[in-house]
Ligand binder design. Sequence first.
Ligand code: SF4
Length: 347
Amino acid sequence: MQPVQTISSSIACDDSASRGSWQSQLSGAIRDPKALLAAVGLDERWLPGAQGGHQAFEVRVPQAYLSRIKRDDPNDPLLRQVLPLDAETRAVAGYVTDPLEEADHTPATGLIHKYATRVLMITSSACAINCRYCFRRHFPYEDHAASRAQWGETLDYLRDDDSLIEAILSGGDPLVSSDSRLAWLVGELDAISHLKRLRLHTRLPVVIPDRVDDAMLAWLSNTRLQKVMVLHINHANEIDDSVINACERLKGVGVTLLNQSVLLRGVNDDVATLRALSERLFEAGILPYYLHVLDPVAGAAHFDVPDHEACQLHDVLRGQLPGFLLPRLVREVPGADAKTPLQVPPR
Ligand code: SF4
């Protein structure tokens, strides 16, 4: 099993007193390719490629995540998720800007309704980190930035459809929004009697664990809705003690923690790494939920792992993990009424 990387050889992390609020950590995230290269000890040979990729999708890496990246290692699995490369600027057949065809499923501003019983609300247009493989890297967030009045229309849509039982806050990352805004929104959802569950899709407790603070726990505690948080972690090295502490606080207010990963070339495309990830997730109190194959989004083709290889990896993993630690290997198919289990394609 691949060992979890210790932080001793990594970039020194600030102590808790000097980290500042989550908001200041968010605004202080690295947004410049040159600064990112300097922070991880890579020389300027990497700069032209990084600037090319950055122009297509800007760099964003908060310090708390940076602190887990090993210096002087261009193959560090966390760095590969955030370092722009020239490969992102090359057009590849089949890789498109809206791979999930979400534009066809937006009945109201800020709302995506693809699946029965649940709707997804685009609660924020930004993330704390920009993952290079993100399927929404070209999403027209400006068209979905709902005002308070438009949220009224969105909430009316939820009130009028009593087949809905779950509201999913997504983005971007919903936890980039202020606690006052989220408390208001969750209060409105709480009052819709046919809703049973609130789900959040977020990477913030992983990339800035201080986001899980008293103000956030207050609105999470103050709802009758069952709470599920689907985190997004691709490698065991992303889970340090600060992430474990944030997870413990979330569980303390009754949040069920699940994880979805993306199978990424050069990040987690081997059995030992995937097994270490499942084991580390469980240590943090998180259950592995989905292992997604890459959505074919323009700029991310270099992360692709072919289906037959993904299925082989998953088969071997099945023999090495208990069932409750084996994530479901899936792909999102536009128009399908649920995630689609991956099957070995005919050769
Ligand atoms: S945090 Fe999620 S939505 Fe944001 S860039 Fe990363 S993968 Fe995309």
